[in-house]
Design a protein around this ligand. Structure first.
Ligand SMILES: Cc1cc2nc3c(=O)[nH]c(=O)nc-3n(C[C@H](O)[C@H](O)[C@H](O)COP(=O)(O)OP(=O)(O)OC[C@H]3O[C@@H](n4cnc5c(N)ncnc54)[C@H](O)[C@@H]3O)c2cc1C
Length: 364
């Protein structure tokens, strides 16, 4: 039996993948953790736009995951289950400073082997008539797509149940207590093959309570909005100076996001709301046609070096596998993460490029 702690996108995708490969799976989730990250995610699948010069290994991991997403998109049976949209992205400049940054980005993208297209104001408005005429220019990046994380979660839960997997939602698991070939979780014992920790921003808490080890993980709070528009929606994903927008079906726009270090605070503050609405006011036409549908808060699980932690905790047991710390890219990274974890579960050879993300880099 494989026990997975945490039913955010990472725990669910990993469970789904292992069930497909014939393993028995139980997933545990706490119904009293507020602000899980997945529920606030916008769902961008945009490795190029998320690339940073110092994050070479992470960029390659994102590209690999994107290739798996592409295969899922080509699978006729599931492609419509979570609204995968191959609509590409436009990064928008609203002044000369923004434009300088876009030109710098274009050079950077070229250096890492990707072409993007610079468009002047007229070309941008021809490509994306939704935009205000106050824009200066844009950079078009193909293959920077999106899915709907809410639908993805629903799809995974349904598939997990259909394949005989169990999802137990209840109290937070306080501690992992290993005794011979059994594990005790909240005083209930289970026989297990592997335990996978996918508790998002709470993963260090359970590791500390269980083994007294500290993991350099912190929550980074983010607010996103769902709004409904009665006007025409944009065609592309749009990336402005402060916000990004994913047009979904039925007139919905998902808009992200703030990012702040506020511990486990899950309340929504007026200044956070102001930041988003003011940025929308700067960037959007016809504000009066937008209806606010939902405000969502999520705690991104961020490791100190910006990379996720994926792999067995050799210091404690090869049967305890970490799978957390996906920070701002957990939706994009979920498929490749599930693949890597499955290699550890089946005790297959794991390539050096994946070992880079192992817990041993923090002596765990
Ligand atoms: C505003 C915002 C926008 C984002 N946009 C994007 C995007 O466009 N694209 C992208 O790729 N990523 C995006 N992200 C990042 C993405 O949401 C995260 O990387 C991802 O959701 C992390 O998933 P997770 O499963 O690790 O954590 P979570 O979704 O937080 O799930 C962790 C789960 O573990 C459970 N749990 C915790 N502790 C315990 C315990 N002790 N016992 C049992 N259960 C426990 C919790 O209840 C929770 O359900 C965004 C994040 C935010 C906040």
């Amino acid at each position: 039996m494989i026990l997975i702690l945490g039913a955010g996108i990472i725990g669910l995708f990993t469970g789904y993948n292992l069930l497909k490969k014939g393993k028995k799976v139980i997933i545990f989730d706490a119904n009293n953790t507020k602000a899980n990250s997945t529920n606030a995610a916008v769902g961008m699948l945009a490795p190029l736009i998320e690339a940073k010069p110092q994050e070479f290994e992470l960029f390659n991991l994102m590209l690999e995951s994107k290739r798996i997403w592409k295969n899922l998109h080509n699978d006729r049976n599931i492609k419509n289950s979570f609204e995968y949209k191959k609509n590409g992205s436009l990064m928008i400049a609203q002044n000369e400073d923004d434009q300088e940054k876009l030109l710098f980005k274009k050079e950077f993208f070229k250096k890492i082997g990707f072409n993007s297209t610079f468009l002047d104001a007229k070309q941008t408005l021809d490509k994306e008539p939704f935009l205000n005429s106050n824009i200066t220019s844009s950079l078009f990046c193909d293959n920077q797509d999106q899915i709907n994380p809410d639908l993805l979660k629903k799809f995974l839960i349904k598939e997990i149940h259909e394949m005989g997997g169990v999802i137990k939602v209840g109290k937070k698991i306080k501690k992992i207590l290993l005794k011979k070939n059994k594990v005790f979780l909240n005083n209930v014992d289970y026989k297990f093959e592997k335990i996978i920790i996918s508790c998002g921003a709470w993963s260090n808490e359970i590791i500390y309570n269980s083994f007294g080890l500290k993991v350099p993980l912190r929550p980074l709070k983010g607010i996103s909005l769902l709004v409904k528009s009665s006007e025409k929606l944009p065609i592309h994903n749009l990336w402005f100076r402060n916000i990004y927008i994913a047009p979904r079906s039925r007139g919905i726009l998902a808009i992200g996001a703030t990012e702040e270090e506020k511990g486990f605070d899950s309340s929504i503050k007026i200044d956070e709301l102001y930041f988003l609405t003011n940025s929308i006011w700067e960037s959007f036409p016809k504000l009066e046609s937008l209806i606010l549908k939902k405000i969502r808060v999520g705690l991104r699980p961020a490791i100190v070096d910006g990379n996720p932690i994926i792999g067995p905790m050799k210091k404690i047991s090869p049967n305890i596998i970490c799978n957390f710390g996906h920070y701002r890219n957990g939706i994009l990274l979920a498929p490749i993460t599930a693949e890597i974890v499955s290699k550890y579960v089946f005790e297959e050879n794991v390539s050096g490029k994946y070992k880079f993300f192992s817990p041993s880099r923090f002596n765990l």
